[in-house]
Design a protein around this ligand. Structure first.
Ligand code: BMA
Length: 847
């Protein structure tokens, strides 16, 4: 077999005027136009508006290539395209060999018409906006959808990542292109389309592995199939007709170590090699993949409360902790392995063990799932439908079925893949629009044809060992009730704090079984703001800034929340920073309470992990990958061991939450402190945290405290020993200090304001900062004279960050921070860091 990569330098031709410029493939049209200087960077200022014409044009991507006689003479030649975005056709030497219909199909086109010498591929990409409008014009009745401030119409009618047409956190950039690789595959005889496996745990490290090989052949013939893993080999001969056929093999493997989610154990992966050779072949077609061995069940069982949603891996009930993933960038050329890896490492470092690949994006690249396998990040995978109703005519359903036949077989062997879900909020959406409210039956039938009749049916057939969850949110299979606000069954999306402007304490009014979405926006950091807003526009209501805030009430909700909880910040920088503090406080409030409900609640995934462009959003990572205060806070509130603090019904609680399988015992020191650091009340109590439990350690009515609640705050310190070394802390992957992993003794701290911080008279902690060199690396040493809250060392203009932010300092305390340069970037000098570092904290944010 020979594989000829066709990525690299291509030509991009605008059909309208025949103009041409280079384009790097894999890549997208808009990125090429930015590179050629014809399009101003759409992420800057309001340039996105001037980029809208691109999606209204037709384009051709072209490349010439030379083939030798041997390759051109092969019997079976295919053109493989990872993803073609979206509508168009593929021509080889002027002849159409395939169609572009959906960005979620992998194309394997018959390319036997290639010839020795010069060849030319041309890929026509039609205007996605026009294609969607054409489809709308022939609909028998309207199919409504949610739109956002800048959007392209009828996104729901074309099979393109839905958020590319604009969302409430992202731009409308209707680009197109070729992603995830393009190559010519030439061989004599059958090729392997997919390899899928089923592993059965026989106990004691012994597993049976059934390997299914989906083959495609031009001519009928006998093929020899070989599967190899861990030094074991199985072989089978199959008689393939022309077209598709399937072969099966079985192996028994011993000494297998189980794959675990992050925080629960290691992620051993084993390479499986499958070869297929036809009778005339002197070389075989090969496919390699790394697989992991684990059992995974989704428990959706009736219980005293309603019905559960729990992931059980290798027999252990996992508390799912994580966030929602959106595409890595609004410009697909930037979907690189490096970008994805940096984001996923950050997720792991914040003690996450699950990401939900949200249905408004795409089925991600191999890189994404391979990295999730390596890092132990479970994946909740939505099918690519979001916040809209969808048509159900046969052509649309047929296309969706083909997408799933490709995606399910491509992805199902990843040990990280935990769940298939039908869509994001498409069930709920039936009650959102005038048309569907007037004629619900029509749209419910459409929904059912798509979701159960096509998506669910295809997934159940092609991946019977994995659960299909009908929608997010949902009460579970077979239950079509509206589950948005149901905290007794399945998963919920709890948006009342953000969308309805309810107080943070409203998070304590629900007891989710599994909360798969809830979020709170922040403004970007000063560094990110300066990357898109020109001089003179660094103001949150400037045109550039409002343009990068896509939620119509976003700024109002952020400022209104500040007025409720905080003293008004001094200026622009402080406003940006404080918005990130309140975002972190909102999510911390929810997560600490919901984790304390362990067993009733077994999962929290906040909205959203990442950003597709620089701006205001719910993300915990800035567009450039740097951590917002929320992400640092997530590392603390997602640690396997926490002392969760909250006030509910005017009673203050300290709950010990232990996700590990070790018994943890120690002493909890409870201190009610005044803001000068002096102690108003102190209690020491024994703490006993059984494995996988949530335990009440202490509670007291606020009225029993010796002071007015606005004069004090609660600080706790747990000094504990566990009955064994705790699993290595994932934060080490990022060079960030460990909280509790890798040791048997540890200290955990937490603190809580008992009223809104604006009512408290904080002392000036007079933080002193100095940068010293320790073993050749710069260390930032901070000392505080009085308690300081959400201490942050921001760096302007340097690629990297200090390794903690938004932390608490007790009076007379020293903190040492290390600088983490971004991957591939040099460590800045001490002098550069001194110039760039700015310390802030709550008391410093107002006059
Ligand atoms: C959720 C998501 C997204 C959206 C977010 C914030 O419901 O599914 O559609 O971006 O809310 O509004």
């Amino acid at each position: 077999m020979s594989r000829i990569e066709l990525g690299g330098a291509w030509t991009l031709i605008r059909v309208g005027d025949k103009s041409s410029r280079p384009i790097a493939i894999p890549g997208d049209i808009m990125s090429a136009l930015v590179a050629s200087g014809e399009l101003a960077d759409p992420f800057l200022d309001r340039n996105e508006l001037a980029a809208q014409w691109v999606g209204r044009e037709d384009w051709i991507l072209a490349r010439d290539f030379v083939l030798d006689a041997k390759t051109a003479g092969r019997a079976d030649i295919y053109l493989d395209i990872g993803a073609l975005d979206t509508i168009g056709e593929v021509r080889l030497n002027g002849t159409v060999i395939g169609k572009g219909e959906s960005m979620f199909l992998g194309l394997r086109l018959d390319a036997t018409s290639v010839k020795e010498g010069n060849n030319r591929i041309e890929v026509l990409i039609r205007s996605p906006e026009k294609a969607a409008l054409e489809k709308a014009s022939i609909l028998p009745y309207p199919v409504p959808l949610s739109t956002y401030p800048i959007s392209s119409p009828n996104r729901n009618l074309i099979r393109k990542a839905q958020c590319m047409s604009g969302w409430d956190w992202g731009p409308c950039l209707m680009t197109g292109g070729i992603y995830d690789g393009i190559a010519l595959v030439a061989l004599d005889g059958p090729r392997i389309d997919y390899v899928t496996t089923e592993a059965k745990d026989l106990g004691g490290g012994l597993w049976r592995l059934d390997v299914h090989v989906d083959l495609r052949a031009k001519a009928p013939g006998r093929a020899a199939i070989v599967a190899e893993i861990k030094g074991r080999k199985a072989e089978v001969l199959v008689d393939c007709p022309a077209g598709e056929c399937r072969a099966g093999l079985s192996l028994e493997l011993d000494d297998i170590e189980s794959w675990w989610p992050s925080g629960y154990g290691e992620q051993p992966l084993y390479e499986l090699l499958v070869k297929a050779a036809g009778p005339k072949a002197n070389d075989a077609h090969e496919m390699r993949k790394r697989i992991g061995f684990r059992t995974l069940e989704v428990l959706n069982e009736a219980d005293a409360v309603g019905s559960s949603l729990v992931f059980r891996v290798n027999g252990r009930r996992i508390f799912a902790k994580g966030a929602n993933w959106i595409p890595a960038d609004a410009l697909p050329s930037r979907w690189t392995r490096e970008r994805i890896e940096e984001l996923l490492l950050s997720a792991k470092a914040a003690n996450m063990n699950m990401l939900r690949v949200w249905g408004g994006g795409r089925y991600e690249s191999e890189d994404f799932y391979e990295l999730c396998d390596e890092l132990g990040l479970l994946v909740w995978q939505d099918a690519t439908f979001s916040c809209a109703l969808y048509p159900s005519e046969p052509a649309f359903l047929g296309l969706v079925e083909r997408e799933l036949r490709h995606q399910v077989r491509r992805l199902r062997d990843h040990p990280s893949l935990a769940l298939w879900c039908g869509n994001n909020e498409a069930l709920g959406a039936i009650s959102w629009y005038e048309e569907s409210k007037k004629n619900p039956a029509r749209y419910i039938v459409d929904y059912d044809r798509l979701n159960e009749g096509t998506v669910g049916r295809s997934i159940r057939e092609l991946d019977p060992g994995r659960s299909f969850w009908p929608s997010s949110p949902s009460a579970g299979p077979g239950d079509f009730s509206d589950n948005w606000h149901s905290d007794t069954r399945g998963d919920m999306h709890y948006w009342s704090v953000w969308h309805e402007g309810r107080p943070f304490s409203a998070y304590l009014e629900v007891q989710p079984r599994f909360c798969s979405e809830f979020g709170f926006q922040s403004l970007p950091s000063f560094k990110t703001a300066s990357s898109f807003a020109p001089e003179g526009e660094l103001n949150i209501t400037s045109p550039a800034f409002e343009h990068h805030q896509r939620h119509p009430r976003g700024n109002s909700l952020i400022i209104e929340t500040m007025t409720r909880y905080f003293r008004m910040p001094r200026g622009f920088r402080e406003t940006l920073w404080l918005s990130q503090v309140q975002q972190a406080l909102a999510i911390k409030t929810a997560v600490e309470y919901w984790r304390s409900l362990r067993d009733r609640c077994m999962g929290v995934l906040y909205w959203q992990l990442n950003d597709v462009w620089p701006g205001s959003s719910w993300s915990s990572l800035e567009y450039d990958g740097s951590w917002k205060i929320l992400h640092h806070e997530a590392r603390r509130f997602y640690d396997p061991l926490i002392v969760s603090l909250f006030v509910k019904d005017r009673v203050v609680y300290a709950m010990g939450v232990n996700d590990t399988d070790r018994h943890v015992m120690g002493v909890l020191s409870i201190r009610i402190r005044r803001f000068d650091g002096s102690i108003a009340m102190d209690i020491d109590t024994d703490a006993d945290l059984p494995p996988e439990s949530s335990t009440l350690l202490w509670k007291a009515p606020i009225s029993d405290l010796p002071c007015r609640p606005e004069d004090v705050y609660l600080g706790i310190r747990l000094e504990a020993t566990s009955s064994g070394v705790l699993p290595e802390n994932p934060s080490l992957v990022f060079g960030i200090p460990s909280l509790s992993g890798g040791r048997a003794e540890f200290i955990r701290r937490n603190q809580l304001f008992l009223v809104e911080p604006k009512r408290c008279s904080l002392a000036d902690p007079r933080i002193e900062q100095k940068i010293v060199e320790e073993e050749g690396t710069p260390v930032l040493v901070l000392t505080a004279r009085a308690p300081a809250f959400w201490v942050t060392a921001e760096v302007d203009g340097l690629a990297g960050q200090w390794d903690d932010a938004g932390f608490y300092m007790m009076g007379r305390e020293e903190r040492r921070l290390r600088f983490l340069p971004r991957k591939g970037q040099p460590m800045p000098s001490k002098a550069e860091l001194e110039r760039a570092t700015r310390i802030t904290h709550l008391r410093a944010s107002y006059d």
